[in-house]
Design a protein. Structure first.
Length: 260
């Protein structure tokens, strides 16, 4: 998770512990399902399902507490994620040559759907919402689409697996935050943000004036994610490693979640 404000301050939060907790308990529950004794199976399943729920609840409280501390005094704008599971579980009708029927076929693999459907995005939003409003500040939800695929700086196309714009080097998450800010009606540009948050491109040039080879060499020698306030950050492994939220934005503060 990435948080950036218009002054260049930012927060990177590592959510890999949350993902690891889900995966560990999922594997544990799979092993329990293989037990033959139904009474033992039911007792163990109830026990470890409860442990999983309490552990995740505790991690989400700690996560939202860190974020709410960073967002204090700012209007918070978040992407509306209420229909995100529909896109995850979306299927298309195709001909099944074995059953000789037209049947719905999922576009995602079983493991990927399990992982995406285990997101706690609604609970996270609820916790962050009430903690933010408890401090007397507003929350706004936006319906957004493809905020990270088009570079807000040079107009270049960013492929799904790319972390930065291949032309100007703008960080994907920061780009999504800027795009959402502009969609909401606010103002902001990469040049107003700290250089330690993201690589802005080569001397402020547009895509047609950038030397990609020279830019990549410069970007590779630059430390992108240097925390501004270590008290508000986790040690980071990868951006949005578990939650995979497409985007969260703050007016004066932006948050971005991505799933890789």
């Amino acid at each position: 998770m990435t948080a950036i404000d218009s002054n260049g301050n930012y927060l990177r939060v590592n959510t890999s512990k949350l993902r690891a907790t889900h995966e560990a308990y999922t594997n544990k529950l799979k092993r329990i399902q293989r037990i033959g004794d139904s009474k033992v199976k039911r007792r163990l399943f109830t026990k470890y399902s409860g442990k999983r729920k309490r552990k995740v609840h505790d991690l989400l409280h700690k996560l939202t507490k860190r974020v709410s501390g960073f967002t204090r005094g700012k209007t918070l704008i978040m992407e509306n994620l209420s229909n995100i599971r529909k896109s995850v579980n979306r299927g298309v009708k195709r001909y099944n040559r074995f059953s000789k029927r037209i049947q719905p076929v999922s576009l995602k693999s079983k493991n990927l759907k399990r992982r995406l459907n285990s997101w706690n995005f609604r609970k996270f939003q609820f916790m962050l919402d009430y903690k933010h409003k408890l401090n007397g500040f507003d929350m706004v939800y936006l319906d957004l689409y493809e905020t990270s695929s088009l570079c807000s700086r040079c107009g270049g196309k960013i492929a799904p697996m790319e972390k930065t714009c291949p032309t100007c080097g703008l960080d994907r998450d920061a780009n999504a935050c800027l795009s959402m800010l502009r969609m909401w009606g606010g103002s902001g540009s990469p040049e107003s943000l700290s250089m330690s948050v993201m690589r802005l491109g080569y001397q402020g040039a547009y895509a047609d004036a950038v030397n990609p080879a020279e830019l990549r060499e410069e970007v590779h020698g630059f430390k992108l994610y240097e925390p501004v306030n270590s008290l508000l950050t986790f040690k980071r492994k990868s951006v949005g490693n578990f939650l995979g939220f497409r985007g969260l934005l703050l007016l004066l503060l932006t948050l971005r979640w991505t799933c890789h």
